[in-house]
Design a protein around this ligand. Structure first.
Ligand code: ADP
Ligand code: 5GP
Length: 204
């Protein structure tokens, strides 16, 4: 798939959609934030709906659209989601079709920060137009330390996330690219290279 971008005459993009998946705590948000900061006119994050309550400084409409279970289920019935999952028992997360339309209408490449199942569903829909990247932690122990240090997740949720992480790691081979986030500086350099070669093709 080849996509000519209307606003950047010197650039053309080979992927219209970037999917980032990783077990919770792997550093996916950190790496996504890196891209959004360094390429503010190119990428835009798809904001998901969720029924989980906001954490820390999270704001409605910025990290997520925080909605009730009733609202979420109504949107499912209305067919407004491209994909949705109960990522954790009783907690819904989903991508609104209108979110993708909004970002693409602004001439931006959509970044998805979603769970593995959701990521694979998006990849199935968009095929070669999407680049699916799996961010791996160096180990489950490292993951535990990062979640504990982040300090915004309860001990019970950390255990749930670690159990889920071991299963999710088995899906890494399904992705187009795998980046091991051992050292953050090294991993972001690898990501930048990937973006230059596989997503942006800058003609000087
Ligand atoms: P995710 O979005 O995958 O849940 P985060 O980006 O929130 O993960 O990262 C989890 C925690 O680990 C954060 O506190 C972050 O600052 C830290 N972190 C991210 N990458 C690294 C790394 N390579 N080494 C050590 N800590 C890291
Ligand atoms: P958190 O509660 O830590 O923000 O996110 C929990 C998990 O839900 C993460 O793996 C995150 O990527 C995933 N997630 C966030 N939004 C969506 C979404 O719209 N769809 C799916 N399938 N997963 C999502």
């Amino acid at each position: 798939m080849f996509y000519n971008h209307p606003h950047y005459s010197t650039n053309y993009y080979t992927a219209m959609i970037l999917i980032f998946c990783a077990p919770s705590g792997s550093g996916k948000s950190t790496m996504v934030r890196h891209l959004l900061t360094h390429y503010p006119d190119t990428f835009e994050l798809s904001i998901s709906c969720t029924t989980r309550p906001p954490r820390g400084e999270e704001k409605d409409g910025r990290e997520y659209y925080f909605i009730s279970r009733e609202e979420f289920e109504q949107k499912i019935r209305q067919g407004l989601f491209v994909e949705h999952e109960q990522v954790y028992e009783g907690l819904y997360y989903g991508t609104l079709r209108s979110e993708i339309d909004r970002i693409q209408a602004a001439g931006h490449i959509v970044i998805f920060d979603i769970d593995v199942k959701g990521g694979m569903n998006i990849k199935r829909i968009y095929g070669d137009a999407a680049l699916a990247v799996f961010i791996c932690p160096p180990s489950i122990e490292a993951l535990r330390k990062r979640l504990e240090n982040r300090g915004d997740t309860s001990a019970e949720m950390i255990e749930k996330r670690l159990a889920k992480a071991s299963i999710e790691m088995q899906d890494a081979p399904l992705f187009d690219v795998k980046i091991i986030n051992d050292d953050l500086a090294r991993a972001t350099t690898e990501l930048d290279e990937l973006i230059k070669t596989k997503v942006l093709n800058t003609k000087e």
